[in-house]
Design a protein around this ligand. Sequence first.
Ligand SMILES: Cc1ncc(C[n+]2csc(CCOP(=O)(O)OP(=O)(O)O)c2C)c(N)n1
Ligand SMILES: [Mg+2]
Length: 555
Amino acid sequence: MPNAMKASDLFVAALENEGVTHIFGVPGEENLDFVESLRGSKIQLVVTRHEQGAAFMAATFGRLTGKPGVCLSTLGPGALNLVTGVAYALLGAMPMILITGQKPILSSRQARFQVVDIVSTMRPLTKLSRQIVSAASIPATVRESFRIATEERLGPVHIELPEDIAREMTEHTALIPSHPIHLPEASTAALQAAAEMLLQAKRPLIMLGAGANRVHLAEPLSAFVKSVGIPFFNTQMGKGAVSGVSDLYVGTAALSERDYIHKMIDRSDLILAIGHDTVEKPPFLMGEGAPRVIHVGYTPATVERVYFPNAEIIGDIAASLTKLGGLIEGRLATDPEFLALKEEVLAHVSDRAEEQRFPLIPQRIVHDVRLALPADGIACLDNGMYKIWFARNYRTHMANTLLLDNALATMGAGLPSAMMAAMLNPDKRVMAVCGDGGFMMNAQELETAIRLKLNLVVLILEDNAYGMIRWKQAVDKFEDFGMTFGNPDFVKFAEAHGAGGHLVSDSEGLAPALEAAFAAGGVQLVVVPVDYSENIRVLIEELNANISQHGVVSE
Ligand SMILES: Cc1ncc(C[n+]2csc(CCOP(=O)(O)OP(=O)(O)O)c2C)c(N)n1
Ligand SMILES: [Mg+2]
């Protein structure tokens, strides 16, 4: 075969053809041919300390760039370590490619050692899961995988490259070029029907959902909101989808009902739900007496007990909104009494932001983090109680500046997602915000962050507990039990890794500590003791007293 190429070289060439710049992972012996092919390529191999960290990083690469992030693992144990990150990408609609190794499939001398059916394992967690059985199929498989990962609804695709196939030689080496995709646009009838509904509405609201947070959507979306002047709120994952329209911001629906924002939602007669993905915890509940909903999406709405839109605009969201804006701009009547509610909602949410108690209350922590981050600074949250406080209280001014996961809502993604944000944005301030539980789930990646010479501040909220579940336990009227643990000395832990460490010891200490950490550069851990008594006081007692006469607020 005079023009033959080794399969692993062809695979890497196909990845380069897709514009891949980084691969995150932990290789095994089954990946060695592939790794060897990477040696001579332009692609940088970033070794992590656990496959989960690699998958979270690759998924976040996809989330922030719109192009699939790529991660790599060996067979069996390594591939199984990827699964949480794969589910994170699937539920969060983040484009990602995962490449796993496998024992030789044609003839193996190792019997079933380490062999797990990973293609089947990944099937319900991906949009496509496939084994490469011949080198000649590599160009088409790689192109198809990238196409599927980046097609709405975005998500992960799995490719298994067995060891013997990786070594095969093939003459079928022609790569398939990609081309720009233009999405179908919504029909005129759908746009006119929606415009009619909006013109008849007296108290319309816009809701920005997870799908509104796609790369390149910020500009047309912001222009639309500005031009029509309809007040907007967002879901947790829709947070920061628009820029420069903060005078129209009403808040974030971090709870499903009975929060202050629901005063406005409940009074609204029509919600234009842009990019709502029902993978998120419901931002409000549709039902009797609830506002009507127009769903604007790349794909049709999924019908749920709590979400069943009355009309839909399906197609390229940017194009839909530009056209819809043209139909209604300047023609909407607004109810001033309804608009006045906005100030009341926002005032309640900013209550106690400068409280001087120590340990710090969550409202103060959110306030001080906001002070430390400029408008384009990026906060990446892990999962814990503070996520509700950040979703509710943290104001964003630019798209994709508060990354949180209200889809899989997994612990452990805070640090790796912030590492990816820092890698992609070396000139911006980037902070991971983690609980003491979630941080420890991927704390080993501190070494990776230092090795990559990232500038990153990691804020750890210390309550020596799985605080969120402790809160839910109290909400459900169970006695406090089983949720506490001890922690390492985080300052020494940071120093042992070669990072800076600082423990906040009074109520005025957090803001200067964050400032100093950013000024110092490199990887810096800041630990702040948190007082979570506000969870019960505000999120249960106050909301129940003010908003509802019956029932308990559900998280
Ligand atoms: C991987 C994973 N395990 C368990 C949970 C359930 N869970 C949600 S929040 C939480 C507690 C988080 O504790 P911590 O990180 O310390 O944050 P805190 O709520 O204390 O601020 C747990 C156990 C989860 N979401 N993800
Ligand atoms: Mg905790």
